[in-house]
Design a protein around this ligand. Structure first.
Ligand SMILES: O=C(O)COP(=O)(O)O
Ligand SMILES: [Mg+2]
Length: 220
């Protein structure tokens, strides 16, 4: 089977390092930092959008965006995994899936450079066959193109997409792919507000869901 995961809020609790990068920029501008909940609520549409939201929250003119975006990006690229950690159960699940012969992809709106570096620093990269970042194509999720590209690179096989947010539920629907919702990530709405076929609170629950889909596919 081909299983594609979203990154921020799904495989990795990545908000702390994003907060540090954004707050280093704000500090350089002589402005107050933003708290983790606020930064977390800005995650989902990629780093440029996050920086745009940070500028708005602190009353900085959008004309400053090019310079301040570059700052946040450079701070973040230098340290994407100092404080961020995989959600509990993620390393074991990825090891198990890859030992069972499943192919694994990551489709994230995060730029590809810090996405790959983070996966490497957190010792997850060896389980992952394909990474498609938010800057790989002109379109970002919820446009279905990046998700289609990720599955295309994984090759033929039954598809499952795993994500944590409104954007992920929407992209799965747009791409016509079965969707499993990680309920402990960065979504804003209640679980019922996000269309999903499967859901799980802990990664220990996802293995059996994938086993059942694989069995069902083999029997069909
Ligand atoms: O970078 C973001 O804003 C979101 O990243 P994600 O697609 O991995 O959740
Ligand atoms: Mg996410």
């Amino acid at each position: 089977m081909n299983i594609v995961f979203d990154l921020d809020g799904t495989l990795v609790d990545s908000a702390p390092d994003i907060m540090v990068a954004a707050n280093r920029m704000l500090d350089g501008e002589g402005l107050e930092p933003l708290d983790l909940a606020t930064i977390t609520s800005f995650i989902g549409n990629g780093l440029p959008k996050l920086v745009e939201r940070v500028l708005r929250a602190r009353g900085i003119a959008q004309s400053q965006f090019p310079r301040l975006y570059d700052e946040v990006r450079d701070f973040y690229n230098a340290a994407p995994a100092d404080e961020s950690r995989p959600f509990p159960g993620v390393p074991d699940l990825l090891a198990e899936l890859s030992a069972k012969g499943h192919r694994i992809g990551v489709c994230t709106n995060k730029p590809e450079e810090p996405a790959r570096l983070m996966l490497k620093l957190l010792h997850l990269e060896n389980f992952i066959d394909v990474v498609v970042g938010g800057d790989a194509l002109p379109e970002k999720k919820p446009h279905p193109a990046p998700l289609h590209l990720t599955f295309e690179r994984l090759g033929e096989g039954e598809k499952l997409y795993v994500g944590d947010s409104e954007i992920d539920a929407e992209v799965a629907l747009a791409a016509g792919v079965r969707f499993a919702l990680h309920t402990q990530g960065y979504r804003k709405k209640a679980v019922e507000g996000l269309p999903h076929e499967f859901r799980f609170d802990r990664f220990e629950e996802l293995g059996p869901i994938i086993d059942a889909i694989a069995e069902e596919t083999a029997a069909a």
